[in-house]
Design a protein. Sequence first.
Length: 124
Amino acid sequence: MIETLPRREREVFETLCRLEQGTTGAVRAALADPLSDSAVRTLLARLEAKGLVAREAGEGGVIYRPAPEPEILATGALRRMVDTFFAGSAASAATALLGLTRSLKPEEVEALRRAIDDAGERDA
């Protein structure tokens, strides 16, 4: 559903996902191309009506957060990226991602080894 959002709604939603939660002001400040406060409130209200954003009262005013679990959103976005840019190949996508970093921490290397081993065992 996220890919069908209008550009500005998607931008506000993705910004909120990066922040994990925030006020209208925090979302507005984090946007690459800031909007007015009322425009951000309007877009957050539209996203809330679509079930993508939840809000609650907080100390600094209304706090917004993505309604779906971040892991669910990340998995869906990653699946679309792999299908679109890597012809469905997780290995090609992983290789490209590894090429973006200069070095990995030992715990990251170990996590990758475990993930590769687990994937190999599932296919065996």
